[in-house]
Ligand binder design. Structure first.
Ligand code: NAD
Length: 497
């Protein structure tokens, strides 16, 4: 790993104060309070957003409720068309917004933020194209009854997103919820609001007031105010499993449908025939090292067949050691920073606990350097723990940092049992030339998405979501839009006399 101590772009950037969007108006919090936003690249204050609370949330929900009937009754094709125009208008803004994202959440501009911003444009185009696909069916009950179903919007959706991929995850709430005919109140993550707000400023040029409302604020305040608001018809949450449980409790109080996209501790299984460079590259991508491991999908338990363990690990360590950790705004950086001091301390705590574990081998990395220019930001190094036992804390809890646990295995049944021995079930990766073994393993893994011989990111059109405590419901697709943002109604018509 090379820390870029002399990065030329490590200078102060400032965004300033940004506001929330309620009923088509850009507004401060009703009680005038603000949240300071720090850049993780140098811990400097880059701006402020309103500290939204109950009164602001209530105004936003009321605006969304008021806007709903007119929005619902637009032709679906017209709603879709607005998103096509928003996507077109966002294109020239992409670089500016991607840089905002790197500044606020620390993801490297070249390897992450540009791609995430491109996803927003693609996502809006995708959902614009399927706006007319919320179709019903007719059911052949008997000749004298016409029975047909309709996919109707739910009403006002309350959505909450985390900071790790705020643009992508916000786009995945905004586009399908609105295209399906709902109105929305979106609560942003307190650590990364600016890039999404920049996208929303473009959306707002096209959407009627109140259709999209955006609140900034803390989870236990604005987040809870939203999930407990009596006029919300649906809650869509992406974040940690612990908060997801709380959100579900809130939904249960009023029997409001809840979608949850939660955490993971996903396995990557490398078979004995896969000791190759491209597999090593794939596992690095699967572990999301280029996002400092801050991904729900990260394949953070790396099961390597014992016959190739040392050889594979050697290649992995060499490649990770060559990654450049540095200023997220620098083109040369492969990896940026963790998002904030809280996550930094948390990840360091896991690394320290791993290093103290009897029997562990620290094959690469460890605690971040305490000195030098990059100690002024939340930079961590790629860390590989080897000869890890699947039950250890570092192998069972979601670290959400650039830390992978390499675990040796001997037979297929044993590795599948270890891979599934977790309450998470979001993703999985299998690496082998043996088609039968690859597919057998893919089918046996308890996870919502398994990739064989690739470690890529989620793709629009493919339903994504978790098994077990990794979530409920699916996103990214037409089916996800229909299941998450519409409800089915049947109409039965008597044709006889
Ligand atoms: P988090 O759960 O702490 O926060 C997520 C959001 O929930 C934030 O906007 C926060 O303000 C809000 N929140 C916090 N407490 C709340 C409460 N009591 N009521 C309502 N809202 C509340 O998660 P995080 O640390 O921001 O993000 C990381 C987590 O998100 C990881 O566990 C990661 O795996 C998960 N994640 C999952 C997916 C997925 O698609 N499955 C995608 C990205 C991230």
């Amino acid at each position: 790993m090379t820390l870029q101590q002399d990065s030329p772009t490590l200078s102060k950037h400032h965004v300033g104060d940004e506001q929330m969007l309620i009923a088509g108006e850009w507004t401060a919090a009703a009680d005038g309070q603000w949240i300071d936003i720090e850049s993780p690249r140098d811990k400097s204050l880059i701006g402020r957003v309103p500290r939204g609370r109950a009164e602001d949330v209530d105004r936003a929900v009321t605006a969304a409720r008021r806007a709903h009937p007119t929005w619902r009754d637009l032709r679906p094709r017209d709603r879709g068309d607005l998103f096509r125009r928003i996507a077109d208008a966002l294109e020239p803004e992409q670089e500016r917004i991607a840089r905002l994202l790197s500044l606020e959440n620390g993801n490297a501009i070249r390897t992450q933020s540009r791609g995430e911003m491109q996803f927003v444009v693609d996502c809006f185009r995708y959902f614009s194209g399927i706006a007319g696909e919320a179709k019903g069916e007719s059911i052949p009950l008997n000749p004298s009854v016409l029975d047909y179903s309709r996919r109707e919007p739910l009403g006002v959706v309350g959505a909450i997103v985390p900071w790790n991929a705020p643009l992508m995850l916000s786009a995945l709430k905004i586009a399908p919820a609105l295209v399906a005919g709902n109105t929305l109140v979106l609560k942003l993550a307190e650590d990364a609001p600016f890039a999404v707000l920049a996208v929303v400023r473009v959306c707002q040029q096209f959407l009627p007031p109140g259709v999209l409302n955006v609140i900034t604020g803390y989870g236990p305040e604005a987040g809870e105010d939203l999930t407990s608001h009596p006029s919300i018809d649906k809650i869509s949450f992406t974040g940690s499993t612990a908060v997801g449980r709380r959100v579900m409790e809130k939904g249960a109080e009023r029997i409001v449908p809840v979608s949850l996209e939660l955490g993971g501790k996903s396995p990557q299984i490398v078979f004995a025939d896969a000791d190759e460079e491209w597999v090593v590259d794939g596992t690095i991508s699967g572990m999301r090292f280029f996002r400092q491991g801050q991904s729900c999908t990260a394949g953070s338990r790396l099961f390597i067949h014992e016959s190739i363990f040392d050889s594979f690990l050697g290649k992995l360590v060499d490649k990770l050691a060559a990654l450049k950790v540095g200023d997220p705004l620098d083109e040369a950086s492969d990896m940026g920073t963790l998002v904030n001091g809280k996550q930094f301390d948390r990840v360091c705590d896991y690394i320290a606990s791993g290093m103290e574990q009897p029997g562990v081998e620290v094959a690469l990395g460890g605690l971040p350097p305490a000195e030098g220019p990059l100690s002024h930001g939340y930079y961590t190094q790629p860390t590989v723990f080897a000869h890890v036992a699947n039950r250890w804390r570092i192998a069972s809890e979601e670290i959400f940092g650039p830390v992978v646990c390499a675990i040796p295995w001997r037979d297929e049944e044993e590795v599948v049992r270890m891979a599934n021995d977790t309450h998470y079930g979001l993703a999985g990766f299998v690496w082998t030339h043996d088609l039968g073994a690859g597919l057998r393993t893919a089918h046996a893994l308890e996870a919502g998405w398994v990739q064989v011989n690739q470690g890529g990111g989620q793709v629009l059109g493919q339903s994504y979501g978790g098994f077990k405590q990794s979530g409920i419901g699916r996103e990214f697709s037409l089916e996800g839009m229909l299941d998450s943002y519409t409800q089915r109604k049947h109409v039965s018509v008597n044709l006889g006399r």
